[in-house]
Design a protein around this ligand. Sequence first.
Ligand code: THU
Length: 134
Amino acid sequence: MNLIVNEAFKVALAARSNAHAPYSKFQVGAALKIKGHDQIFPGCNVENASFGATVCAERNAILSAVANTGKIEVEFVVVVCDTKPVTVPCALCLQVLSEFAKADVPIHLADTESIKKTVTFGELLPMPFNTLDC
Ligand code: THU
């Protein structure tokens, strides 16, 4: 496995341990590599008593990368859950990702041990909602 992807896996795994998931008990960690930056941006799910205010791990990583660096272009994403088979990002996160990721961006899906499957963003969300190209 590519060194930087392996590094991002470790970042996502560590972020997962910070998940605030007292309601679902389902902890998720994410890590985002963006082009032109060495830093890996972590995210974890942060749940809320209202349920609706919960934010997923992937979106937290994306929002943090934008807040820290401005305009971002995603290079790859790592998502860590503790499921077999591995879990894919929800449609809401994919839609948010669509602002910043091209179809060929790799999404590495991992359990707590290692990356188990890699798919492209375009495979997960082939037709994002988009008003800019209309
Ligand atoms: N969750 C994520 O963090 N990412 C996803 O892509 C799907 C779901 C979180 C939200 C909630 O805290 C828990 O997983 C159960 O849905």
